[in-house]
Structures are given as C-alpha cells and as structure tokens.
Ligand binder design. Structure first.
Ligand code: APR
Length: 309
C-alpha cells in the first residue's frame, strides 16, 4: 500500500500553505492543482525540494489537469476569488459558487471515494453546495472554520493569561462569519473554564477579537486574507482523518436534526476519523448561547437560500 494522497484545489495562499503543512507533518503525497498554468508546478517543486530538510518523504506535484488528482483520499478545496473592492458579499457568493460547482464535478469524477474538506468562503454555503453537488454522504463533506476560529480564540486566551497555548482549549460554534458563537464556558485553561480565570470584560474582549479575527488580518495585510492559521487548521483535520484519530474538533457539518437544525452546514463539534465526519456531538447550550447559535444558523440559511439549490 502506497502513501495516502491529498489533493489541494487552488494553489494560492491558503492552498499552497496547506500543502506545506501536510508535507511538514508527513501525512501524504500531495497534488496541488490550479487554473493558472505552471504556478502549481513551481510551488510543488519548491515544496518537494524542502522535504529533505523537513525529513519527510512525500511526492508533491503541481498540475492543471484533474487526471493527476485521480483516486485522492482527501480533496481540500481552496479555489476561489477573494472579495475585491466594489464586490458585494452576494457577488462573491455567486462567483465562488460557480467556481466550486465546476471543481466539485471534477472531484466527484476523479476521486469518487474522497473526503472533501471545503475552505472557500462563504464557507458554510460552499460546503452545502459541495454536499449537494457531489452526492457524497455528509460524512465525506466537511467545512473548515471552527478549527481556525478556535485556534484564534486559544491564541488570545494564552496571550491574555500568559499561559502555554498547549494548555488552552476553545470551542467556537455557528456559522463562519460575524455571527460565530465562541463559547467561553467550554473554553478552558488546563481544564478550568476561562470564565473562572478572567473578568467578564476580558472574556468579552477576546470573544470579540475572535469574531473579528479574519477582518483583523485582512486589514493588516492590505491585500488578501489569512493563510497560515487557516492552512494549519486544515492540516489538523487531515491528520485526524488520515490517522483515524477520532479527534473531536469544531467543523462545519451538515445537520440532520442535531441542535434542532435541518438541512444546513453549521459549525459544531464533530468527531473526525477515517470515515470523515463520524459523529456530531451535541453539547448543552445555555439560553443565551442557544439564541446566538440560532441567529447564526438563520444567517447561514439565508445565504444558502440565495443559491436556490
Ligand atoms: N480551479 C482551480 N483553482 C482556481 C479556480 C478553479 N476553477 N478558480 C480560481 N482558482 C485559484 C486561483 O487561481 C488562485 O490561485 O484559487 C486560488 C485562490 O488563491 P488566493 O487568491 O491566494 O486566495 P486564498 O487566500 O488562498 O484564499 C482562498 O480560502 O480562506 C478562503 O476566503 C478564502 O475563499 C478564499 C479561499
């Protein structure tokens, strides 16, 4: 049996860095594909030439042809446009839906047994689109959002309290956007809820910073959006799946009644293993948390409705 195969569609900032993170962890052979000619080939070769330094053995190739992606175990989708000045969120939604629709057709054709990890924004809607278009079971179409949002939350907790990031744990639920729901009660340092370690003002401040995490990076970069933390978030999901770790992580999953939600992709804690999204975990929410969660779900459903699938 050879090594596992992971395809990353879109070899831009997030896609290429995801390839690097997966290679660095030694998880699989990697195929980078993009519509731009020669660029994925160049990035893949550069990355392959870094493998002796990482001490990892992996074949990393770049391509413009889906034939090379044949039989992938996991396909990470990062293809898409970033929002440009003058472009509304809806313009972006329709443009990326067109791109993702085409990509998913190729993925289902060439890797019918793969697990799709969606990264392209607007995340929850693109994950829904991939689920509907692919016809894959919900276990095999998962959105990356919560791992990133909770990594940001963990970073801010560690910064605020001066503790190791290793001691932090955080949960962020709901849609991937302004309405996301960080859960301080379930966010801990060495097992102790942060609500017992910080003032309400401190908690509220880092919750807000987490919600604005993507925008904070965008405004600093000037052009483009975050890619280091997003890429490492994808790599953590890939690792949980390929190593069958049964790890519980917040991901966007298709809900079928869990949390009282039907027919939408929403961020919830799930178990990731060889089968993909193996289980949705339902945790108790307080009244306030439930209200915030429901508001977030309503926002996601509005966006999904616009696609008219
Ligand atoms: N097939 C393959 N690749 C495509 C396609 C397509 N149909 N359309 C566009 N691409 C490629 C672009 O050529 C580009 O190289 O997708 C890549 C996107 O890369 P960037 O523009 O660098 O964007 P990035 O920062 O990587 O973000 C990608 O991830 O986090 C999300 O919001 C982000 O939706 C965005 C996505």
């Amino acid at each position: 049996m050879g090594r596992k195969k992971v395809t990353v569609v879109g070899a831009g900032h997030v896609g290429a860095t995801t390839g690097l993170a997966i290679a660095n962890k030694g998880l699989a052979d990697i195929v980078l594909t993009d519509i731009i000619e020669r660029m994925p080939q160049g990035k893949a070769l550069d990355m392959m030439e870094a493998t002796p330094l990482m001490g990892r053995d992996a074949e990393i190739i770049g391509t413009n042809n889906y034939v090379d992606t044949q039989g992938s175990d996991i396909v990470v989708i990062t293809a898409g446009l970033a929002r440009k000045p003058g472009m509304s969120r809806d313009d972006l939604l329709f443009k990326n839906a067109e791109i993702i629709g085409g990509v998913v057709d190729e993925v289902t054709k060439h890797s019918p047994n793969s697990i799709i990890i969606m990264v392209t924004n607007p995340l929850d809607v693109m994950a829904y689109l991939a689920y509907k278009k692919s016809g894959f079971p919900r276990e095999r179409v998962i959105g990356m959002a919560g791992v990133l949002d909770s990594a940001r939350f963990r970073t801010f907790i560690a910064m605020e309290l001066g503790v190791s990031v290793d001691n932090t744990h955080a949960f962020v639920l709901g849609g991937h956007g302004d309405s996301m729901v960080p859960l301080p009660r379930y966010s801990t340092v060495a097992g102790v809820p942060i609500t017992e370690l910080m003032s309400e003002e401190q908690v509220n401040r880092i919750v807000q910073r987490t919600r604005d995490g993507g925008a904070e990076i965008v405004s600093l970069l000037g052009t483009g959006s975050a890619y280091f933390a997003p890429a490492w978030s994808v790599a953590q999901m890939v690792e949980a799946i390929l190593l069958d770790r049964k790890e519980i992580l917040p991901c966007a999953a298709f809900l079928q009644g869990e949390y009282g939600v039907e027919n939408a992709y929403v961020g919830v804690p799930v178990q990731l293993g060889a089968g993909g999204m193996e289980k949705v975990f339902e945790i108790d929410l307080s009244d306030d948390e439930r209200t915030a969660f429901e508001d977030s779900v309503a926002e996601v459903k509005d966006s999904i409705a616009k696609l008219d699938l």
